[in-house]
Design a protein around this ligand. Structure first.
Ligand SMILES: [Zn+2]
Length: 209
């Protein structure tokens, strides 16, 4: 009986050890997911934790702009995002968090938004389930992307395509999914309608494979 116990104990120990190394290897794979763009954590813009919400796994990426007020490099983008969160989670919208998963400021900083594994939110008629939402703060009907912002966007898109195994052809903009909006603004949209962004991301994915 004692011998059997010893064998069982040895077996359990081996199982735990293998599970542990499996978890470790998964973890190191995750650390190694080759993010090239730093994502500034929520705590740095004083964001509060989101409320629990519908889960999903992103299978496509949709690019937005905030719309409304202009935002320049001299404005406080972190405060802008904090205000969006306070408004969105308040009585006006009752959202679980900011509506977007990642946000890009006019100086090219990328800020963490809602948990990417929860569905985003929208004021328009499309269903954002399965969409990873990337949003430029500010209004790109009136502002313009510069070379730096284009590079941040394409690098970030490549990172996210690799992370979620999304093909570049599944990248589009809000107005491709909704007739109720001009989002992401004429300037950003022009880089999608001429195929520039998808081509750059395809190039980036090839270089990093
Ligand atoms: Zn939008």
């Amino acid at each position: 009986m004692l011998k059997l116990n010893t064998i069982v104990l040895a077996f359990v120990t081996i199982c735990i050890f293998s599970l542990n190394s499996f978890a470790q290897s998964k973890k190191s794979k995750k650390v190694n997911n080759r993010d090239t763009v730093k994502i500034v954590p929520k705590s740095e813009w004083k964001g509060v934790e989101g409320r629990p919400y519908k889960q999903h796994v992103p299978v496509k990426i949709t690019v937005h702009h905030e719309g409304g007020k202009l935002l320049t490099v001299n404005d406080d983008a972190k405060q802008r995002l904090k205000n969006i969160q306070t408004w969105g989670m308040g009585p006006d919208r009752k959202w679980a968090d900011v509506p977007y998963h990642l946000l890009i400021t006019p100086d090219g900083t990328v800020l963490e938004g809602r948990n990417p594994l929860t569905v985003g939110e929208t004021n328009t008629e499309y269903d954002p389930t399965g969409h990873l939402l990337i949003c430029f703060l500010g209004n790109y009907n009136e502002q313009k992307l510069d070379e730096k912002l284009l590079k941040v966007l394409t690098d970030l898109l490549v990172d996210q395509c690799i992370k979620y195994n999304i093909p570049a052809t599944e990248i589009s903009t809000h107005r491709d999914h909704s007739k109720q909006t001009t989002c992401p603004g004429d300037d950003i949209y022009s880089y999608f309608s001429n195929g520039f962004i998808v081509k750059e991301v395809e190039k980036g994915l090839k270089e990093r494979n």
